[in-house]
Design a protein around this ligand. Structure first.
Ligand code: ZN
Ligand code: ZN
Length: 267
């Protein structure tokens, strides 16, 4: 079922290339990589369990490591080397030369990477490779308990993007996990990074040309997250629109805000 989600992302990336020419290079790259991620997901669907599995966040990393398919790593790196911007491409070439033990160690270390580690080419490549496995696990995990944690309730990764979905006369907010794409409800007036709840310390910035995406920043911890408002553009696909709306990231950086979990651009 989630293969259609990959299709939606690929279509949206293609649409946004013409709307946001400044994001053309990264969206073109995404257009090469997402179909490979979709193929990994499809292979898992064909070969693995389809029943719901039960395990807690503490076991997530172990499950993911056990679940990975080593033979997919080489071809994935080949694709990155061919299609990625130069720094990622060079890194993929270097990783290709490593042995299986080194690669397994990198996977084991992934969940403890710091923000700079995620920004580095190795972190970005590992992240892209792990996504389809993590999403497959999440799609076959038990329903979420009702809670609003600041990290993913399934895998404990940080959120990549916020979402506003129309509800009644207003909109409700949720966050999307950077690794397994789980979406969970989150209060609107609450910083996901430090827990600030004071309305006056939580600022929102939006640009007229990109009305459906906004920066939600916190004056207390100086962190921000971008949020995609589906009531303003129902065709938006949050992780793609987050990636494409680069001027908002630049605005946030210029104003001294930092983003705890970067996107594929390292922004
Ligand atoms: Zn997650
Ligand atoms: Zn904060």
């Amino acid at each position: 079922m989630s293969c259609s989600e990959w299709d939606r992302r690929i279509r949206r990336a293609s649409e946004l290339k013409s709307l946001y020419p400044y994001a053309s290079e990264i969206l073109t790259f995404y257009g090469h990589i997402a179909p490979i991620q979709r193929e990994i997901y499809r292979t898992l669907e064909a070969e693995c369990f389809s029943q719901t599995v039960s395990f807690g966040p503490a076991e997530w990393s172990k499950q993911l490591t056990a679940f990975l398919s080593l033979p997919q790593w080489g071809p994935f790196l080949d694709a990155i080397e061919v299609h990625a911007p130069a720094p990622l491409s060079a890194c993929a070439r270097q990783l290709r030369g490593e042995d299986e033990a080194a690669w397994r160690q990198r996977i084991a270390d992934f969940s403890s990477l710091d923000p700079d580690g995620f920004k580095a080419p190795q972190g970005l490549i590992l992240w892209m490779f792990l996504q389809p496995f993590a999403e497959y696990l999440a799609d076959h995990a038990e329903a979420l308990p009702y809670e609003t944690p600041s990290v993913c309730p399934r895998c404990r990764s940080k959120p990549l993007v916020g979402v506003l979905r129309p509800e009644g006369a207003g909109a409700k907010r949720s966050l999307v996990c950077s690794l397994c794409a789980t979406e969970w409800n989150y209060r609107r007036i609450l910083c996901p990074h430090c827990g600030e709840e004071d309305f006056h310390k939580l600022v929102i910035y939006s640009a007229r040309a990109i009305a459906h995406v906004r920066v939600e920043a916190c004056e207390t911890c100086r962190a921000y997250i971008k949020t995609v408002d589906l009531s303003k553009d129902g065709r938006a696909v949050p992780i793609i629109d987050e990636l494409a709306t680069i001027p908002l990231n630049l605005w946030a950086a210029e104003h001294g805000y930092r983003k705890p979990r970067v996107n594929l651009l390292g922004l």
